[in-house]
Design a protein around this ligand. Structure first.
Ligand SMILES: C[S@@+](CC[C@H](N)C(=O)[O-])C[C@H]1O[C@@H](n2cnc3c(N)ncnc32)[C@H](O)[C@@H]1O
Length: 239
């Protein structure tokens, strides 16, 4: 910024016009990128399959090992992953549910699900169950899952409160929810906002794993269901 300022001020000096032009171009580009990020943030939408290169890149601070620490998957458990994208985490978690456990992968885009299933198959992991739909209305019965997780997804959902209510509903009592978020993602949800939204949905905040700019938030459903818990005894299955 200081260099840019100097660039603009240098217009009055001998090097003037050239430096001023490049400073203006840089400032315009920065304004465009900032404007696009602000627009995107205000208009949540799913990352299109055609732009999957964003999610195929390494996931600094929110890697697989850290997710395992936060989620603590155990053999025999039934776990839900919302928004697997191209399956960066899926096979690794599914493997840890064996023997006997299943990872349900749920995404609004069929090509993402197909990609995830192909990737798991190539790795010889078969205990995944795909289903397409919108996180705001999960097609699963109440208390179906021991745990659920979603990484870089919540901010893409137009109604985050509805998604968290649904996740709370489908978790078993004492079920855990892990939400991963990373700075740089225009849809990032801060740990503070996540905690507040989770509590509104009946999920207690347990801890943050990782730094504030790249973290997994761990929440849990109370062991005994309270009268405030969202309930829907039978979910519609055809969405
Ligand atoms: C940015 S990608 C993250 C993928 C993966 N979790 C990762 O970290 O590599 C977001 C994923 O969430 C899915 N998604 C977005 N909105 C959704 C919604 N309302 N319901 C279900 N899935 C959604 C997108 O289709 C996409 O696969």
């Amino acid at each position: 910024m200081l260099r840019l300022w100097r660039g603009l001020s240098a217009a009055d000096s001998a090097e003037g016009p050239e430096m001023r032009r490049s400073a203006k171009i840089t400032l315009t580009a920065a304004a465009l990128v900032g404007g696009a990020a602000a627009w995107w943030r205000g208009h949540p939408s799913a990352c299109p399959y055609g732009q999957r290169f964003w999610i195929e890149a390494p996931h600094p601070f929110i890697g697989r090992r850290r997710l395992r620490d936060a989620l603590a998957p155990r053999p025999g458990e039934t776990v839900l992953e919302v928004g697997p994208g191209t399956g960066y985490y899926s096979a690794d978690i599914a493997r840890r549910l064996e023997p006997g456990g299943v990872l349900h992968v749920f995404d609004v885009q069929q090509p993402m699900l197909d990609h995830t299933m192909r990737r798991a198959d190539e790795l010889g992991v078969r205990n995944l169950e795909p289903r397409r739909g919108d996180a705001r209305q999960l097609p699963y019965d109440d208390a179906s899952f021991d745990a659920a997780y979603l990484v870089a997804v919540l901010g893409e959902v137009p109604d985050q409160d509805a998604a968290l209510r649904e996740l709370s509903r489908v978790l078993k009592p004492a079920g855990r929810l892990v939400v991963g978020e990373l700075a740089g993602d225009p849809h990032m949800v801060t740990a503070r906002a996540l905690r507040q939204r989770g509590e509104r949905a009946g999920l207690g905040w347990e801890r943050r794993v990782g730094p504030p700019f790249g973290y997994f938030g761990v929440l849990a459903k109370p062991a005994v269901a309270s009268h405030q818990q969202p309930t829907r005894h039978t979910a519609r299955r055809d969405r």
